[in-house]
Design a protein around this ligand. Structure first.
Ligand code: PEP
Ligand code: MN
Length: 344
């Protein structure tokens, strides 16, 4: 942290700031600027968190230099992390695909979807049993009944299960059935929920908030990791911008940015990212080319009958086509070593 003193600051003001810094066990270095004096704070800046230094006499403003997140940052952990979810490695050589319906609607729908997903080559079955719907009148999910169908689908197909948890009360139940807990966009800054999934120890898929900056997203991961759970995977799912053609604006640059800022894997959800099934294939391929560690895609046996997000769900036929494209592109990128520019 550096503290920029105003041009009118007196020697007395500077001494008072230095005293406060030293008082919390940190070191202060005074630098002479052309107009103003600057005080560098050396040491763990979290010790300054409770001091309203910007309010002190003679202080113009302060600037934080080191990042507020540590455990999630690549500075702290230079080597890319591979997150092992029930034997599946996310962040390794192969892109990991999570696919399935938006919501678990019935036993028949989920079993049919699971067979399709498995045959297409994905490793994870997705499907919400607890749905965070915009309207309280929309289908809210089958809750525990849905979790049971997911577990049954895992038994049948061997697919791993990723499903959303929306409340602290539901964590234990969801964790008992799922391989990976999903934190949805609407809950990315639900800090109480983040702390509790951190304590529960299951791997977490952390979706980007509806309007979250990368810094806020990284700090959300820090909340989970700070509770002792290092198994966090980011999922870029689009952010809200002024564009209305697409449901969200899929921020593909987040893949490269997160790869630089964090050691944690990142996958991309082109379904919620665009809201349109036609755009899923091009965006899925773009994500893999950008260095994403995998994808999450909505697939429904019959999207026209889906209880939620039918318009962004792939039919079984389109799903197979997207998967074949992903496999060809991944092989090409690997053979040509085209992703070797990514951090390590
Ligand atoms: C989902 O993946 O089911 C979902 C609701 O997505 P998001 O939280 O990204 O809107
Ligand atoms: Mn959905």
């Amino acid at each position: 942290m550096v503290i920029i003193m105003s041009p009118e600051a007196t020697q007395q003001n500077i001494s008072e700031v230095v005293e406060v810094i030293k008082g919390v066990g940190l070191d202060a270095k005074i630098m002479e600027g052309a107009q103003q004096k600057i005080i560098g704070v050396i040491g763990d800046k979290t010790k300054m968190a409770s001091i309203p230094v910007d309010a002190m006499q003679g202080v113009d403003h302060s600037v934080s230099i080191s990042k507020s997140y540590k455990l999630a940052s690549r500075e702290f952990h230079p080597q890319s992390s591979i997150i092992n979810v029930s034997g599946i490695e996310i962040g390794g050589d192969e892109p990991i695909i999570m696919a399935g319906p938006c919501a678990v609607e019935s036993r028949e729908q989920l079993m049919e979807a699971a067979e399709i997903i498995k045959a297409g080559g994905a490793q994870f079955l997705r499907g919400g049993a607890y749905k965070p719907r915009t309207s309280p009148y929309s289908f809210q999910g089958l809750e525990e009944e849905g979790l049971k169908y997911l577990a049954e689908a895992r038994e049948k197909t061997g697919l791993k299960i990723v499903t959303e948890v929306t409340t602290v009360e539901a964590i234990e139940k969801v964790a008992a059935y799922a391989d990976m807990l999903q934190i949805g966009a609407r809950n990315m800054q639900n800090f109480g929920l983040l702390k509790e999934v951190g304590k529960c120890g299951k791997p977490v898929l952390l979706k980007r908030g509806l309007a979250a900056t990368l810094d806020e997203w990284l700090n959300a991961a820090e909340y989970i990791m700070n509770e002792g759970n290092p198994n966090v995977v980011f999922c870029e799912r689009g952010i809200r911008t002024y564009e209305t053609y697409t449901r969200n604006t899929l921020d593909m640059s987040a893949v490269a940015a997160i790869k630089h800022l964090s050691h944690l894997p990142i996958i991309v959800d082109p379904s919620h990212g665009t809201g349109k099934w036609r755009m899923v294939k091009p965006m899925a391929l773009a994500a893999i080319a950008a260095g994403a560690d995998g994808l999450m895609m909505e697939v429904h046996p019959n999207p026209a009958k889906a209880l939620s997000d039918g318009s962004q769900s792939l039919t079984p036929e389109h799903y197979r086509d997207v998967m074949s494209g992903i496999q060809k592109l991944s092989k090409f990128l690997k053979d040509e070593k085209l992703l070797s520019f990514v951090e390590d």
